[in-house]
Design a protein around this ligand. Structure first.
Ligand code: FMN
Length: 388
C-alpha cells in the first residue's frame, strides 16, 4: 500500500479521475485528493473524498503530508505551465513543490494547446526534472474533433502507478535508509574545453536511484555528466570529475553505497589553465592514476554499511578480476557487466550483469536497466537483512 496524492485539475476529463481514484482505493492505496477550484466546476471535491473514503480534511495543509507518489490526472495546460515554472499559488502547486518523490502526470487538453510551443517547452521542463508522463492519447476530444490530447484511460494510469510503485513496500528493509548512488561518467580536463571521458550515460545509476526511492530510501545521487534526467525526489549533486566524486562520496554517510558511475582511472597530470591553440604540433599527455574512491570508501566504512561496486570489463577474464575485487576491495557485492557484448552496458538501454556476492553468484539476463536495478536492489535488501 502506498500513500498517493491525487491532483485533479479542471478539464472535461476530471470525471475520469473518479474512476482512477476508485481503482487506486481498490488496489489498497491511501489516496488524498487535491482538487483545484476549476476542477470543482466539473466534479465536486466531496465526490473525490467520498471515493477516497475520507472526511474533508480539517488540517489546512493536508496536501503537504509525506506521500510516496504525486499523480495529477487530468493535468490541464494551465497547471502544466504553473508546475513548469514552480508556481505555488494553490494547494496543488504548493503540494507539487513540497513533494519529494516520484511524480506522474496525465495531461489532457485539445491538440492545439498540446502542440503549442509553450506547452512543448513546459513538458520538456517537467521531463528534464524526472516527471513521468502518461498520455495524452490520440482520439476523440471534448470538442468533437480527433487528435492528440485525450487523457490516458484510468486503467492505463493505474497500471503506470503500479509500475512506478513497483516493489513499493512499506516494509522494505531500505525504507528510511540513506542510499548513496553514483552515476554517469567523469570527465578529466585537458584544458578548459577538452577532456578525457567515457561513454557512460548514467542510466544504470539513475535506474538504481529511482528504484531505491520507490522502496522508501532517502537517496542522494552523485551525478557525473548525466545524459538522462535524475528522478524527481532524489538529492542530486553534480560531480563532473573523479576528484569531485571522491570528495562528495567521502563527505557523506550512507547505509548503502552503490558505485555505478564510471569514474576515470587516469587523469591528465597537468591540465592547462587556458585553451591550447591548434598549432599543428603533437600534444603529448601524461596520465596519472586517480585515487581509488572505492578503496577509500571501504577503508572509511561504518558498521553495517553495505558497499556495492560496479565493474565494466570484458569476457571471462574480466569476470575473474571482478571476483577478486570482492576480497581485495572489501565490498559486499560486485555487479559485473561485460562491456565486450553489443547492446548492453555503456550508453545502452539494456544491461546484463553477474551479481557476485560473498555467498554466491547469480546471472541477471539481458533486460531494461530499470528491471536490472530491481534485481540488484533485491540482492542489496537480502544483504541488508542478513547483516541486521
Ligand atoms: C468546459 C471546459 C472544458 C475545459 N477542458 C480543458 C481541458 O481539457 N484541458 C485544459 O488544459 N483546459 C481545459 N479547460 C480550461 C481550464 O479549465 C482552465 O485553463 C482553468 O484555468 C484550469 O485551471 P486548473 O489548472 O487550476 O484546474 C476547460 C474549460 C472549460 C470551461
Amino acid at each position: 500500500m502506498a500513500r498517493i496524492l491525487l491532483g485533479v485539475t479542471g478539464g472535461i476529463a476530471s470525471y475520469k479521475a473518479c474512476e482512477l481514484l476508485r481503482l487506486l482505493v481498490r488496489a489498497g492505496h491511501d489516496v488524498l485528493p487535491v482538487v483545484t477550484a476549476s476542477a470543482e466546476r466539473f466534479v465536486t471535491a466531496d465526490t473525490f473524498y467520498a471515493l477516497a473514503r475520507r472526511e474533508r480534511p480539517t488540517d489546512p495543509y493536508p496536501h503537504l503530508q509525506d506521500a510516496d507518489l504525486l499523480v495529477i490526472a487530468p493535468l490541464t495546460a494551465n497547471t502544466l505551465a504553473r508546475l513548469a515554472h514552480g508556481h505555488a499559488d494553490d494547494l496543488l502547486t504548493e503540494a507539487a513543490l513540497a513533494h519529494r518523490g516520484p511524480v506522474l502526470v496525465a495531461p489532457a487538453m485539445n491538440s492545439a494547446m498540446w502542440e503549442h510551443p509553450a506547452t512543448r517547452a513546459n513538458v520538456a521542463a517537467l521531463v528534464s526534472r524526472g516527471v513521468e508522463l502518461v498520455g495524452p492519447a490520440s482520439g476523440e476530444l471534448a470538442e468533437g474533433e480527433v487528435g492528440v490530447g485525450r487523457m490516458a484511460e484510468p486503467e492505463e494510469i493505474a497500471g503506470r502507478i503500479a509500475a512506478l510503485l513497483g516493489g513499493h513496500d512499506r516494509s522494505s528493509p531500505l525504507r528510511g535508509k540513506r542510499v548513496l548512488v553514483t552515476a554517469g561518467g567523469t570527465r578529466e580536463p585537458l584544458d578548459p574545453v577538452r577532456y578525457i571521458g567515457n561513454r557512460s550515460s548514467g542510466r544504470m545509476g539513475v535506474a538504481l536511484a529511482a528504484e531505491a526511492l520507490r522502496r522508501g530510501a532517502e537517496v542522494t545521487l552523485l551525478g557525473a555528466n548525466l545524459q538522462v534526467p535524475a528522478p524527481a525526489g532524489v538529492e542530486l549533486v553534480a560531480t563532473p570529475t573523479a576528484a569531485d566524486m571522491r570528495r562528495e562520496a567521502l563527505a557523506r554517510t550512507a547505509d548503502v553505497v552503490l558505485m555505478a558511475a564510471a569514474v576515470a582511472d587516469y587523469r591528465p597530470r597537468r591540465p592547462l589553465t587556458g585553451k591550447r591553440p591548434k598549432d599543428g604540433e603533437s600534444w603529448h599527455l601524461e596520465l596519472v592514476p586517480t585515487p581509488d574512491v572505492l578503496r577509500a570508501l571501504a577503508a572509511a566504512r561504518s558498521d553495517g554499511q553495505v558497499l556495492v561496486a560496479f565493474g565494466a570489463e570484458s569476457g571471462e577474464e574480466g569476470l575473474e578480476r571482478k571476483r577478486r575485487m570482492l576480497q581485495e576491495k572489501d565490498v559486499d557485492l560486485v555487479v559485473y557487466n561485460d562491456v565486450g557484448q553489443e547492446g548492453i552496458g555503456f550508453d545502452a538501454v539494456d544491461n546484463e550483469v553477474v551479481l557476485i556476492a560473498r555467498d554466491g553468484e547469480s546471472h541477471v539476463p539481458r533486460a531494461a536497466k530499470d528491471i536490472v536495478a530491481k534485481v540488484i536492489l533485491d540482492e542489496v535488501e537480502r544483504i541488508v537483512t542478513a547483516q541486521s
